[in-house]
Ligand binder design. Structure first.
Ligand code: HEM
Length: 444
């Protein structure tokens, strides 16, 4: 019999990466593996279950290295998970990210045919994310992992992406990232906005009640319980183009910074326009008690401070008046920069690949990730802005505009270029620790 869920999360069964923010600064690596032999794949799950940290335990079994493991639908198949169980996962997950390209705005240069190989192909089965405070400790952990899996015939490492988070958590366009996180009922971990009611645990972890009063379960229950969906996207950022665009559309350096802030909804320091609309306030930007303590509707319904079309107001409209309900489209994000930073002041592209390894964590790829990506980032209907897209990271390059409400007249920027393109990605499921052992024990 399946027990009714209560709202206390079973933290000791949930992978730490789902709920706990990472320490900063840190380096991380994503490793994708292909399973050619189901028995070897199950043995890998057994070993993974011994090194993955649970959310109940801030200490890792590997001291200062944290490991998370996630599987694609093809990965579950490669392990021999029965069809009945496979069918109990969400439709979007079963399709995989590449099949959803049109819905996600992955067209033109972002389309799967241009993705880094083997991303988006049926070869990607397991994704490990390994996080460490520095490169030396990460390499040491990787070396010991390599020694293990090289002995395991039937497992092939097929892709690797190194990433890093700087002490100030700046992403490649220069904005502080990783500040806004939802509060989750029963997690014991605080959210970042004291004005946001904690969200039901089922929004982020399977097996618990969600905001729609539903409980997601898989067949058998143990496979999905305490697990969550994870979306990885390698997003290339054209930093030089972004800087040049700001310069070309501003009268001086101060106006450039203001335009950047209007596009993002925050100054590069992280300080939100909602709390300091005219001038940056780096102290406020760095203060986690204050830098997310704001709403939009009462104070700024027209977007005179934070434009409705800015990245943070689109991706989390908070209490703003929009078509639809914001609370059912929230997400946990774990973005990490990759590639060498473009030196300060450089306006010409140096050809280096740099950007964000974007990671979404949530219980619904469709209602959370895909909805935000397609309706809030790549469309403007929900804020009455027609087909306008997110000025920072939308699938731009067409006739889309960005409107800055102003008195006496608004400013409208037309034909925003595309600053971010997709280099690949995967829809994965991050099982609970018991589920990893269930996978290890599978017999077919
Ligand atoms: C290269 C691409 C991207 C860049 C440079 C970027 C940058 C940022 C920055 C600087 C922030 C503010 C920091 C914070 O609130 O923690 C932010 C917030 C956010 N971003 Fe992105 N982002 C990118 C892609 C995405 C994507 C693909 C999604 C979702 C599909 C997304 C969803 C969000 C959400 C939900 C927030 C929090 C908004 C809030 O709660 O106020 N971002 N992003």
């Amino acid at each position: 019999m399946i027990e009714e869920p209560d709202n206390q999360l079973e933290l000791d069964d949930i992978q730490s990466g789902v709920l706990r923010p990472r320490p900063t600064p840190y380096v991380a690596t994503y490793i994708a593996l292909r399973i050619d032999d189901a028995a070897a794949g199950r043995e890998l799950m057994r070993r993974a279950s011994a090194v993955v940290t649970s959310a109940a335990n801030p200490r890792s079994p590997l001291s200062d290295t944290w490991v998370s493991v996630a599987l694609t639908y093809q990965g579950f198949k490669a392990l021999g998970v029965p069809q009945e169980s496979l069918d109990s996962f969400s439709w979007e997950f079963r399709q995989g990210m590449a099949a959803r390209a049109k819905e996600l705005g992955d067209i033109g240069e972002s389309s799967p045919e241009h993705w880094e190989q083997p991303l988006g192909t049926p070869d990607v089965h397991v994704v490990f994310v390994i996080v460490s405070p520095d490169g030396a400790r990460l390499e040491a952990a990787l070396e010991s992992a390599r020694t293990t899996y090289r002995k395991m015939k039937g497992i092939e490492a097929i892709w690797r992406q190194d990433c890093h988070a700087l002490p100030d958590e700046k992403e490649p366009f220069g904005f502080r990232d990783g500040m806004s996180h939802p509060a989750i009922e029963g997690s014991g971990l605080p959210g970042s906005n004291p004005q946001e009611q904690p969200l039901k645990a089922g929004e982020f972890v399977l097996g618990y009640r969600d905001e729609m009063n539903g409980v997601q379960r898989t067949q058998p229950d143990v496979l999905g319980r305490n697990g969550t969906y994870v979306v990885f996207r390698k997003l290339h950022q054209r930093v030089a183009d972004f800087r040049r665009y700001l310069k070309d559309n501003s009268t001086d350096a101060e106006a450039e910074e203001l335009l950047a802030a209007k596009m993002m909804g925050r100054w590069r320091s992280g300080a939100p326009l909602a709390l300091c609309p005219f001038h940056d306030n780096p102290e406020l930007g760095a203060d986690p008690q204050l830098n997310n303590d704001f709403l939009f509707q009462e104070d700024d319904p027209a977007g005179l401070k934070t434009p409705s079309g800015s990245h943070i107001r689109r991706t989390n409209p908070r209490d703003a008046n929009i078509a639809g309900m914001a609370r059912i489209h929230r997400m946990i994000r774990r973005g990490t920069a990759y590639g060498p930073p473009l030196p300060e002041g450089v306006l010409d592209d140096d050809g280096a690949d740099r950007g964000l390894m974007f990671a979404f964590v949530g219980a619904s790829i469709g209602r959370q990730f895909e909805f935000v990506q397609s309706q809030w980032i790549n469309d403007g209907v929900f804020i009455g802005a027609g087909s306008d897209t997110d000025p920072v990271m939308g699938a731009n390059g067409g006739p889309n505009n960005f409107t800055l409400p102003r008195k006496p007249v608004r400013r409208r920027l037309q034909g925003i270029p595309r600053f971010v393109s997709t280099r690949g990605g995967e829809y994965c499921f991050m099982p609970g620790l018991r589920a990893l052992r269930w996978l290890a024990d599978l017999r077919t």
